[in-house]
Every structure is written in structure tokens, then in C-alpha cells.
Design a protein around this ligand. Structure first.
Ligand SMILES: [Zn+2]
Length: 522
């Protein structure tokens, strides 16, 4: 296998992808090079912008530069000593309906020019398409994928097996399942471009997950045509390792300025929100006054810097174990992205299963969006499936979270212990806390139950979630009485009302204490 992952967070990973020319680090963005209209030379893309790889279209190359590219080989022809990926012409099929080449010719051509990563001639599904036609694109792509293995001759190229199906999630899942049985080294998800241009990031989440959950988790996944830094973090978090961007150049033609929080029109900007070498030397007004070609080049270069910087920030977030916090921060850039992050809830159990259980740093929780996090899901699962309180305590004592952690070492808990000495000796003592819910006292130092910072007081949805966790715990517990320490400052009356209702239903005696404790020793 040519791919190994080193560090993980959520479904994201920092990995090494080895090709015949070089080894590159993922998550990786391939700038798209169009050999007929290229504004930034490929050699500069590596030297100046630091991109180790690029992607170009095998069909366009074959149409315009067949002899030169075969004679020189793709790396020399483009003057690029990094990794070269070729796309097959599938995009041209999507735009023009068909192309003037067979799959066998395209496969042979990619072998002749010596691509590092190459793509079979798949049939993209696209967006505006009926389900019946979408199914045909899936079936024909599969047929070609199988046929491909009878016509390839080189084993040193990494071949991409594309997954199609568009917005028909059952078709995406079926396409991924069938494609995963073939020995491709890389998979790719087709057709996300239109979905993203429509800002349907929620549909994109569904499409990525339908593919990801049905592909071998250890094979890298490329998201075709997903070139906007706004959505990189979310896509990486869902397990996309590779991206390509034609957008940096296409947007530049239309005076569009990319940032990690969205796109701006150049004439809307009074200040550049960027410190790249381009933006530090000019003002938007000066750039607007440049001749067309110079302005386009300026914007294309800035757009590339913006993409490269976002990929680096994402990698650092993976290393720090803070990718979820990073995704949440990006979610606040646009309501459509926030909607998409909410959609991740649908896949929280799959993500939890594949996420690392320990992290280099503590966690930050801001609001109910954090309830989707693997750490919260994992605690809920462990508490339900594996935990039972030691001994036969007759009383369940519920204490609100304290201001410092671990809770049982806090000044507030010491005060409570003084006042309720006899009860505590006989009780199953648990804290109720955001965002984890019930934390039995003997577990409160287990990672990450004390290693987090949470914004207080919790929002309505979080309080409701905690109330539900308390209810479930009381129902599972064998205690005959419950003592609740009530803290209306942080938890309003929801916890009190819920516990009252549950105890009544379960015929458990409830004792409530309005305890006034100070946060610190005075
Ligand atoms: Zn810039």
C-alpha cells in the first residue's frame, strides 16, 4: 500500500502518499493546470507556493500536445518535479456530453506520459439529472472500472477509482461498495462542484459520508473539483485526503477573491484580509486599476496562497487534536456551512468509531453543536454499556459541575462534602456536567472528562441533552432515593423538573437541596 496515515483526528488524517516520483503529505491540494491557458507556470506553483503536486487534464493534453508530452514525459513537459496527477476527461464529458477518445486510449496515454496518479475514464453524474440516468452513470463507470484492469500495462502508477451517483445517496453508497471491491489505490468522489457552487454543503456531507462509509477506510479519498478553502476543514474532517482546485484560476478571471471564510468580489473590498506576499503590497483599489491580465494573475496567486494557508492550518489542527473546534469556527462563516456541520450529527456514531480516543490537548466546547463530538458520544456509550456503580448504594447523589476540574478536588465539592458527609458515605456520587452528562465521581479524572473547557451556562439544547442523560441514568440505576443538588444559576429549572418527573415515574424518593456554595475559598 502506498498510503500510510500518521496522525488522526475525527476521520481526518495526516498521511504519506508514495508515488513513483515522490512522497507527498496529505491532506493535499492539487492546483489544476490547464496547459492551454495557464497563467502561473507549474514550476512556480511548487517553488513559490509550496504545492508538491498538481493535476492536469489528460484529454486536453492529448488533444493539443500529444507528441511533445509523450516524448518528454509529463514532468519535463510541464517543468514540474513534484507529483503529477491526471484527470481523464470526465469533466469534458460532463460539459460536452462526450469526448473524442476511448477509455483504452486515455489509459494508454496516461501510461505513456508517466502520470504519478491517473484516472480511468469515468462518467460523471452531475447535479441536474434524473435518478434513472444517474444509475446509468454509476453502472457505466463500474463497467469501465472493470474493463480498465484488462487494458492497463504499468503497475507503478496509482490509479483512481471514481465513485459516482451525485445527490442520490443510495447510488453513491452502491457505487462505493462495488468500486471498493476493485484493487484501486485511490478513490475519488465525483460531481461535488455543482453541489458546492449551490452552497449545498449539507448535501455534500451526505455524499462524502455515503462514499466514505462504503469504501475501505485506509484508501485515500479525493474530492473532485472541490477547490474552495471555505469547505476544506469540513471535508478533511469527514475523511477526504485529496482535493483539486481549478477555482483559484477561474475565480481570478471573474475578479473573485477567495478566503477561508468565503468569496469576496474585488470591488467590494476596501482592505485585503490577508497577509500573503501579494496582498501586503497592494490595496484592492490598486489591484482593480491593473490591466486585466495582471489583475487576473494577482488574484490567481492570492487565491493559491489562501488555499495553501488553509491546508496548513487544518494540518496543525489535526496535530493539535482540535479539528472539531476548527470546523466549528469555519461553520460560523456561512449559514450553509453551519447547516452542513449540523448534518454531521447523522454520522456521529461512524465518526466516533474511527476517531482517536486520546488527544494531545484538552477540548473546547462552545454550544450544542459540540454534542456531536466523538468524545461526547463515546462517554455516553461507555456509561450506558460498560459502567455500573460499585457497591449497592441506596442513594444517587447528583451534584452540579463545579467551576474547577477535576470536580471532586474543587473547593465547592469540599464544602458539599462537609455539609453532606453522611449522605456521601452511602451514596453513588455523580456530577452532572456539560457536555458529557453524568460523570460518576470515580471517573472524573478520566480523559477527557476533566480535560476540557466549556462555555457556561450551557445553551438550551445542551441542558436538554444533559437532562436526558440524567433521566436515562436514574432509570438504569438501582438506587431507591435520589438527592439532587440544584443549581438554577447554570441549569435554570430544566434539570430539577426533569429529575422530579423521572423520580415520580420510577417511584423513587427525591430530595432536593438548594445548596449555596462559594466558588473559591475567601
Ligand atoms: Zn492574499
Amino acid at each position: 500500500m502506498s498510503f500510510e496515515s500518521r496522525e488522526k483526528d475525527l476521520l481526518a488524517r495526516i498521511g504519506k502518499l508514495k508515488t513513483k516520483t515522490c512522497t507527498v503529505e496529505t491532506p493535499l491540494l492539487f492546483p489544476v493546470i490547464n496547459p492551454t491557458t495557464q497563467t502561473i507556470p507549474p514550476s512556480q506553483i511548487k517553488k513559490e507556493f509550496g504545492f508538491e503536486a498538481l493535476i492536469t487534464n489528460a484529454y486536453i493534453l492529448k488533444q493539443h500536445f500529444q507528441k511533445q508530452s509523450v516524448d518528454k514525459g509529463i514532468h519535463k513537459f510541464l517543468d514540474f518535479d513534484g507529483m503529477v496527477m491526471t484527470d481523464s476527461g470526465a469533466y469534458q464529458i460532463l460539459v460536452y456530453g462526450d469526448i473524442q477518445a476511448t477509455q483504452e486510449e486515455i489509459v494508454q496515454y496516461q501510461e505513456q506520459i508517466g502520470s504519478d496518479v491517473a484516472t480511468i475514464l469515468d462518467i460523471p453524474t452531475g447535479w441536474k439529472i434524473m435518478e434513472k440516468h444517474a444509475r446509468q452513470t454509476v453502472n457505466e463507470t463500474l463497467r469501465r472500472a472493470k474493463e480498465f484492469f484488462t487494458c492497463k500495462t504499468r503497475d507503478d502508477i496509482l490509479w483512481v477509482g471514481p465513485v459516482q451517483g451525485g445527490r442520490y445517496l443510495d447510488l453513491v453508497a452502491e457505487s462505493a461498495t462495488r468500486m471498493s471491491k476493485l484493487p484501486f489505490q485511490i478513490h475519488a468522489l465525483g460531481s461535488p462542484t455543482e453541489v458546492m457552487e449551490r452552497y449545498r454543503f449539507d448535501v455534500l456531507v451526505d455524499m462524502i459520508m455515503a462514499a466514505k462509509m462504503n469504501l475501505p477506510i485506509d484508501r485515500p479519498l479525493h474530492l473532485f473539483g472541490a477547490g474552495h478553502p471555505l469547505m476544506f476543514a469540513l471535508a478533511v474532517a469527514l475523511g477526504c485526503d485529496l482535493f483539486d482546485s481549478a477555482a483559484y484560476a477561474l475565480y481570478a478571471k471573474e475578479n473573485r477573491y477567495m478566503t477561508e471564510i468565503g468569496t469576496f468580489r474585488l470591488d467590494e473590498l476596501e482592505y485585503f484580509p490577508c497577509t500573503c506576499p501579494k496582498c501586503t503590497r497592494k490595496t484592492p483599489k490598486q489591484v482593480l486599476e491593473l490591466p486585466d491580465k495582471e489583475r487576473e494573475l494577482f488574484l490567481a496567486e492570492h487565491n493559491l496562497y489562501a488555499c495553501a494557508a488553509e491546508i496548513r492550518r487544518i494540518k496543525q489542527a489535526i496535530r493539535d487534536g482540535r479539528l472539531w473546534e476548527y470546523v466549528e469556527m469555519r461553520a460560523n462563516s456561512h449559514p450553509a456551512l453551519y447547516t452542513a456541520v449540523k448534518r454531521v450529527a447523522k454520522y456521529k456514531h461512524f465518526i466516533e468509531k474511527h476517531s482517536p480516543s486520546t488527544k494531545p490537548s484538552g477540548l473546547f466546547f462552545y454550544n450544542h453543536l459540540s454534542l456531536i463530538r466523538p468524545e461526547v458520544i463515546r462517554h455516553q456509550k461507555l456509561l450506558t454499556e460498560r459502567y455500573s456503580p460499585s457497591g449497592q448504594a441506596k442513594t444517587l447523589l447528583l451534584i452540579p459541575q463545579t467551576t474547577t476540574k477535576p470536580f471532586h478536588k474543587s473547593y465547592e465539592y469540599k464544602q458539599i462534602r462537609k455539609k453532606l458527609k453522611q449522605e456521601i458515605a452511602k451514596a453513588n456520587v455523580c456530577f452532572y456536567a456539560a457536555p458529557f452528562g453524568i460523570i460518576p465521581i470515580e471517573l472524573d479524572e478520566v480523559y477527557p472528562l476533566s480535560q476540557h473547557e466549556t462555555a457556561m451556562p450551557p445553551d438550551k439544547e445542551t441542558i436538554e441533552y444533559i437532562a436526558e442523560q440524567i433521566t436515562n441514568y436514574i432509570k438504569r440505576n438501582t438506587s431507591k432515593t435520589v438527592t439532587l443538588i440544584h443549581d438554577p444559576k447554570n441549569w435554570n429549572n430544566t434539570i430539577l423538573q426533569t429529575v422530579k418527573k423521572t423520580c415520580k415515574q420510577e417511584q423513587i424518593t427525591l430530595k432536593t437541596i438548594n445548596i449555596k456554595v462559594s466558588e473559591h475559598k475567601t
